[in-house]
Design a protein around this ligand. Sequence first.
Ligand SMILES: C[S@@+](CC[C@H](N)C(=O)[O-])C[C@H]1O[C@@H](n2cnc3c(N)ncnc32)[C@H](O)[C@@H]1O
Length: 277
Amino acid sequence: MEKRRAVGERRQAARPFIKWAGGKKQILRELLARAPQTFGTYFEPFLGGGAVFFSLSPSKAVLSDLNPHLMNAYLVVRDRVDELAESLEVHRADRDYYYMMRDLSPETMSDVERASWFIYLNKTCYNGLWRVNKSGRFNVPFGRYKNPRILDRSNLHAASRALRAADLRCSDFEDAVQDALPGDFVYFDPPYLPLGGTAVFTSYTGEGFDVSEQERLAEVFRRLSRKGVFVMLSNSDVPLVRRLYRGFRIDTIQAARAISCRGDRRGLVGEVIITGY
Ligand SMILES: C[S@@+](CC[C@H](N)C(=O)[O-])C[C@H]1O[C@@H](n2cnc3c(N)ncnc32)[C@H](O)[C@@H]1O
């Protein structure tokens, strides 16, 4: 049974090694404050940048996401971090090089090359967005960073150590939590529902996460909770979310978020953290 370490006892914690839309850095304290004191295996099925995983640093975890390039990067960070660092070292953050990299076909790359390509684009593209066109090609323009840190060697090594505790899978959230047992802890951070008519970017993988997906997720949340799994979920504070999770504890918090689809206008928005325990 995992017993959460006091903050002071933690060894140098790893931080997310990529920037991800919906990153949980801002509301991390609120999430950690609601995590159970003890739990078995930790599950994070909408992994993205994995901020909660890296902060909790559990001794056993199942981490997954539907984005295959993202999950390949996690596997390579865990298993081949030295080769990855060597490959990241050669990249340059200039416009021409960026567009040359963006146009490469990841299908022809080795796993290490593909992870290096993915991390490079993430660090140098506009706002760290991952967005693909209809044919699955990455299409985000060059970012405006002065001197982006493409290789952060000590954090990559810390992330690699933290990930030794993790089983990594590229899968749908429902499959990923099938084996969760009573006493395990699952944190769901799905693509958020848009707030009021704003066109919020939710198409992380090419397929959107629509209302029927939110309903399927609420069903899985209920099922796990009935089974005795500790379940926590975050989403935007909109009526549909409150309806889907009626009967569970719903805490409201405020977070500064990108509020336009261009990701450059920010404002305070209401979010909810829902717990089944
Ligand atoms: C809100 S982001 C997660 C942010 C992350 N927790 C962080 O701190 O950076 C949502 C993630 O869900 C993934 N996703 C979308 N649909 C999915 C599905 N059906 N199953 C699993 N993951 C999915 C996306 O690829 C994206 O990485």
